[in-house]
Design a binder for this molecule. Structure first.
Ligand code: ZN
Length: 416
């Protein structure tokens, strides 16, 4: 469980693509989320819907484009949001300013100060080991599938400005000027500024983004989003939670992937969870700048070796399942697979494995088993949706369509 993180690399694959067609119908709730700038203010009239005049700097490669800071104080219970994006994409982000009335908003408000809210299922605590910063700990039993944390983004930045060729578009001085404005124009800058800055020396705001940002897609564009509450969750190679992204609210939701007991740290994995230890350590070191000391990575060598062997066996079992011709053989292999998943704490992979199994059973003509695993895969996808990027929706649509066909087949068989 480590403090340092750079989540852009892996989490970019965890989030659903946000497209214009999926946006919620705009709504307003002015009493819940008062604008920081009164409607009667001349500033508001001049800059609406933004709470500050957009600060824009011309792109060096394309003089017709500008990168601008667009800040609104309405999102996230008045804690606001700042976007840095090209002026021609301003229209793509406008709809999100009016989606702050989600039923999740109360939870998000609670999660802005979980330690003082008696209803929050977790608390933020310092980690016992020095220099390891803070972590998120269960305050009560958290059930598998429970959404226990909601976090709206504070700062969202076009990923071009965080890429290796960012300086081709803007000088460092200009880039940092935009970053600074994005943070300072938040009604509560401390929410973003209190995030860890662990990515070496240099500009503070860039460092905070590099350390904590998640990759998201908004209307087809790639952005880095700073979700301050979610960013408090540390890495573990056998995590008990996963992050999913809401297409309609721009919020991240932390969901328990197994039952969590009071006092346990709530963790996520920054990398694919089914890798052997060597690959995990190398990936975490090269992309996230830390050496993992989670329970799995600090286990005695023989335990690590058995863990790797089990993971290897999971791969072999999955390959075998696709090749066998008898359903009884699939039954045996499936039982072995689920036992290995349980032993290795890889419950996050169940959706993928159940999805593979229903297809195999269907191809072998065992409709009853196919329905059983298709329903299990659908349940997994619904509970932990948004985990594998835009694929989730497609998986769910395909399963629902095929479940309909299979249930009709099952009914016909019963009539015979
Ligand atoms: Zn580890």
């Amino acid at each position: 469980m480590e403090r340092l993180r750079k989540l852009c690399f892996y989490l970019a694959f965890m989030f659903s693509t946000i497209t214009g067609s999926t946006l919620a119908t705009p709504s307003t709730c002015p009493t819940d989320h008062p604008l920081q700038v009164p409607l009667s203010s001349p500033l508001h009239r001049d800059t609406s819907p933004w709470s500050h005049p957009p600060l824009c700097i011309t792109d060096k490669t394309q003089p017709s484009f500008k990168y601008c800071v667009y800040a609104s104080s309405t999102l996230n219970a008045g804690h606001g949001i700042s976007f840095i994006t090209r002026s021609n994409t301003e229209k793509d982000i406008l709809p999100f300013l009016t989606t702050t009335c989600s039923p999740l908003t109360d939870l998000a408000r609670r999660d802005l100060a979980p330690n003082t809210s008696s209803s929050a299922p977790y608390i933020i605590r310092n980690l016992p080991t020095k220099n390891h910063g803070r972590g998120v700990f269960a305050r009560r039993h958290i059930q598998r599938g429970e959404t226990f944390m909601i976090s709206f983004p504070a700062v969202v930045i076009d990923q071009t400005l965080e890429s290796d060729d960012a300086s081709e578009h803007l000088s460092d001085a200009d880039r940092f000027k935009l970053f600074k404005a994005a943070f300072e124009q938040l009604p509560v800058p401390e929410r973003a500024l209190s995030c860890a800055a662990s990515w070496g020396e240099g500009n503070l705001h860039e460092n905070i983004m590099r350390t904590n940002a998640f990759g998201v897609k908004i209307a087809g564009g790639r952005y880095s989003g700073l979700f301050p509450e979610t960013a408090l969750m540390n890495h573990d190679c056998a995590p008990n939670a996963v992050i999913r992204f809401s297409k309609t609210t721009l919020a991240t939701e932390a969901v328990a992937i197994r039952d969590v007991e009071p006092g346990e740290e709530l963790t996520i994995s920054y990398i694919p969870i089914d890798l052997p230890i060597k690959e995990r350590l190398s990936l975490l070191e090269s992309h996230f700048n830390f050496q993992c000391t989670c329970k799995l990575c600090s286990a005695p060598p023989d335990k690590q070796r058995y863990s790797d062997l089990r993971r290897e066996r999971i791969g072999s079992v999955r390959s075998l399942i696709k090749k066998v011709k008898e359903t009884s053989n699939v039954d045996d292999l499936a039982a072995e697979l689920f036992a290995l998943v349980e032993e290795e704490g890889l419950q996050l992979k169940l959706k993928e494995y159940d999805n593979e199994l229903w297809i195999v059973y269907y191809q072998l003509g065992d409709v009853d088993s196919a329905i059983k695993y298709a329903e299990a895969a659908l349940k997994e996808a619904e509970e932990l949706g948004g985990v594998q990027g835009g694929e989730d929706d497609e998986v769910q649509v395909a399963i629902r369509r095929n479940l309909g066909i299979m249930r009709r087949l099952q009914a016909q068989k019963a009539e015979l």
